[in-house]
Design a protein around this ligand. Structure first.
Ligand code: NAP
Length: 281
């Protein structure tokens, strides 16, 4: 079984991106810039943002974190986004989710210029992705996609099953694999026989949020299994896939932690660079 090492894959990607940033600096005499807006003091968000900033600096991006207290008014955030949209030194804007309840998430997402939407959540980018056009792609599925392609460069005709249909994971992942000529099934909480659907799959991407939901007897021999889930349990952080048993059946499997997570941040940097390059055309 191939243990897909997300840390190693992310380090390799960061190395490639560092080279690219250096080439862009030579060519344009400036570097891509990422601005992250962080609202409130939720510990996980603080950690994510710190890691994003550290990785951005590592590859040579210009990075900035703008912090607001939990009680900040929605208008303040929308005004700041407007200002960043018009700032030429900012290539990518990310507003760290989740947001406090009094701030309308969709309004915030739609306020970010699609050309600077490094999360790929703006409806324009969602539409472009599903139409097969150039777009920013949400970072987590992009990372999963790159890891799958490393294992299996030719995905023509493969059966891929998404477990979960969120806008963040299942849906964009399905679009990426459809573009690669996979036959894609998207399952969700109302799917009648999830096990039977999974057993058909050459590729399973689990993004559900239920600890160890996908069992070994759901997985076809030699399937590629990507585990997006991050679940806190009594035995620590586990994914949506029963790792030990599935590792005996799968051809390749991502661990949790150390699989999809590290690639997500590396893909945010990749998206920032792509936004910069598009802005220079
Ligand atoms: P989400 O928005 O809560 O969506 C979960 C999806 O799973 C929904 O489509 C839901 O179906 C489906 N589902 C729930 N119970 C199910 C069941 N019994 N059988 C089949 N499908 C079921 O979650 P998300 O944001 O995509 O996140 C999923 C997991 O990934 C979480 O553990 C999260 O922490 C993790 N995550 C990890 C990363 C990373 O970088 N590694 C990034 C993002 C998220 P319905 O649509 O019918 O409700």
């Amino acid at each position: 079984m191939i243990l897909i090492d997300g840390k190693k894959a992310a380090a390799e990607l960061r190395e490639e991106l560092k080279k690219e940033v250096s080439e862009l600096k030579t060519k344009y005499n400036k570097v891509p810039g990422l601005t992250v807006i962080l609202i409130g003091d939720m510990a996980p968000s603080q950690i994510y943002v710190r890691n994003k900033e550290k990785s951005a600096n590592e590859v040579g991006l210009k990075s900035e974190v703008i912090k607001y207290p939990e009680a900040v008014e929605e208008k303040t955030i929308l005004d700041k986004i407007e200002e960043l949209n018009n700032d030429e030194t900012v290539s990518g804007i990310l507003v760290q989710l989740p947001l406090p309840k009094h701030i309308d998430k969709q309004k915030v997402i739609e306020a970010i210029a699609p050309s600077k939407d490094v999360d790929g959540f703006h409806p324009m980018n969602v539409g472009n992705l599903s139409s097969g056009y150039e777009s920013s792609v949400p970072c987590t599925p992009l990372g999963c996609y790159l890891m799958i392609k490393k294992i299996e460069p030719n995905l023509n005709g493969k059966k891929a099953v998404m477990v979960g249909r969120s806008n963040l994971n299942g849906k964009p992942m399905a679009q990426l694999l459809l573009k690669e000529n996979c036959t894609v099934t998207i399952t969700h909480s109302k799917t009648k026989d999830l096990k039977a659907e999974c057993l058909e799959a050459d590729i399973i991407v689990a993004a559900v949020g239920i600890p160890e939901l996908v069992k070994a007897d759901w997985v076809k021999k030699d399937a590629i299994v990507i585990d997006v889930g991050i679940n806190k349990t009594d035995k620590g952080i586990v994914g949506d896939v029963a790792f030990e048993e599935v590792s005996k059946v799968a051809k390749a499997l991502t661990p949790v932690p150390g699989g999809v997570g590290p690639m997500t941040i590396a893909c945010l940097l990749k998206n920032t660079i792509e936004c910069f390059k598009r802005s220079q055309r």
